[in-house]
Ligand binder design. Structure first.
Ligand code: R5P
Length: 296
């Protein structure tokens, strides 16, 4: 059996360490450096030939830097003879999984191509934006669900009374419906449109049955906050008692938090696929359980 190692990348140091501990395998001794001009360097003196290395590196902002660090480490380790599994808790570019506007690149396909050429043999991520994205990879890729862990947290910590669980759009509705089913709550789906050029989000739904209810908005990503803001405003306008946001990947770009505050979102819960103030739910056990099942 090949010896295993975990490389905790700079974007996921804590999660990487926690995974190593849970799996009972040592951390690779390595250093990432970013030079003043923005160039990255990866150094390791460990001998990795014939070993299996889990490179744990999320790709939240600065997205391209984090992706490049992942590629750099994967390339060097694989050149030295390691079998590299990329563990990317938040997979950036997953929303660019098709040509939405004429002439637009399918960037997730390009990321998949770069990973393969860097020497990544397998990819494990958490709640990829859409299952369609999986087809763009020409090597094995697995998406682990954080939904059971989020439901467990909501049940234990949020003290909700007969909540209604809402998906802000059609795309994420399967994931949100799974949350509602596991929680044992009513599920509703909103209709959202996003202007593909400006990114402006609007939600239109006239008769939602949310009067006096606590509404939990469940989504995969909070980026600019526009989606959750629109959903929260819609349900509060229709008589909901309060709105809460639960998501897997909390990016909170720009003034996202101010937007959510303005839209009276009373509580925000995310996972630690992206480290931050709202990353209250740990996905390391869900990831570790999956990594244990992988063959050599
Ligand atoms: C879109 O389809 C996703 O599931 C999220 O709803 C979206 O990425 C959230 O982005 P933002 O916070 O910028 O509205």
């Amino acid at each position: 059996m090949a010896e295993k190692l975990v490389l905790a990348g700079p974007a996921s140091e804590e999660l990487g360490r926690s995974l190593a501990e849970k799996l009972g395998i040592p951390l690779l001794d390595a250093e990432f450096k970013v030079f003043p001009d923005g160039e990255s360097r990866f150094t390791t003196s460990d001998k990795v030939a014939g070993k299996s290395v889990f490179v744990v590196q999320s790709t939240h902002p600065p997205v391209d830097q984090h992706i490049f660090q992942l590629l750099l480490a994967a390339h060097q380790l694989s050149e030295q003879g390691a079998k590299v599994t990329a563990v990317v808790p938040y997979l950036a570019y997953a929303r660019q999984d098709k040509e939405f506007l004429p002439g637009e690149g399918v960037t997730l396909g390009f990321v998949a191509h770069l990973m393969r050429h860097a020497g990544v043999r397998r990819l494990v991520t958490v709640d990829i934006h859409s299952a369609e994205g999986l087809a763009l990879f020409s090597f094995p890729v697995y998406s682990v669900s954080a939904i059971p862990s989020l439901v467990e947290y909501a049940k234990e910590k949020l003290d909700l009374k007969d909540p209604v669980v809402i998906s802000p759009d059609f795309g994420g509705s399967k994931r949100t419906e799974a949350f509602a089913q596991l929680y044992g709550a009513k599920f509703l789906r909103l209709n959202k449109t996003r202007d593909k050029t400006t990114g402006e989000v609007s939600v239109w739904d006239a008769n939602l049955d949310v009067e006096g209810k606590e509404v939990v908005i469940v989504d995969d990503i909070i980026s600019t906050g526009g989606t959750v803001k629109a959903a929260s405003e819609a349900v509060l306008k229709q008589g909901a008692k309060k709105s809460l946001a639960i998501c897997v990947h909390g990016l909170f770009v720009g003034d996202a938090l101010q937007k959510l505050e303005k839209a009276s979102v009373s509580s925000i819960v995310c996972t630690n696929t992206v480290p931050g103030k709202f990353s209250k739910v740990d996905v390391s056990e869900a990831l570790a359980s999956h990594l244990r099942t992988l063959e050599e």
